[in-house]
Write a protein that binds this ligand. Structure first.
Ligand code: DQA
Length: 146
């Protein structure tokens, strides 16, 4: 079963970027940890994609249909709070999606409390730093196996 993990803008800067908020691990560390964690489940294939471009993320979501992707984990980063285009792409492909944030967006600035992505997600995990991706994978696999 193929699961696509999408990370949005500035998440390629993890490790350097505001470590007090996002932790000190890099995106590569997060991806390696998730691959290790996915081995607890049978038949899971992860594909990773990071982009700073909204249009590339929309294209990637659209192409999921042709690539036999069964579920999506997405940290849309700043696009969480602005992107109707990403919301519409998730709704268009109808692939179950879990939204992840490293930080607890609900305890930060008011503009981070609004997520355009939540309404198209089966669930949102926020505030558990890199472990949020593992929690998202656990939830998504259980959802898909129900
Ligand atoms: C983030 C939270 C967003 O508000 C922010 O713009 C990010 C990262 C998080 O993972 O906590 O880039 O999505």
């Amino acid at each position: 079963m193929k699961i696509l993990v999408i990370n949005g803008p500035n998440l390629n800067m993890l490790g350097i970027r505001e470590p007090e908020i996002y932790g000190s691990v890099t995106l590569k560390n997060i991806e390696e940890e998730l691959i290790e964690y996915s081995k607890k489940f049978s038949d899971i294939e992860l594909e990773f994609f990071q982009s700073n471009s909204e249009s590339e993320i929309v294209d990637k979501i659209q192409n999921s249909i042709n690539n036999d992707i069964k579920g999506i984990i997405i940290n849309p980063a700043a696009f969480t709070h602005t992107s109707i285009a990403i919301l519409d792409a998730i709704k268009a492909v109808k692939i179950p999606c879990v939204e992840v944030h490293l930080s607890n967006i609900n305890s930060r600035e008011d503009f981070r409390k609004i997520s355009y992505i939540s309404s198209a997600s089966i669930g949102t995990i926020a505030g558990f730093k890199q472990n949020g991706y593992k929690m998202a994978l656990f939830g998504l696999i259980n959802y898909l196996n129900e």
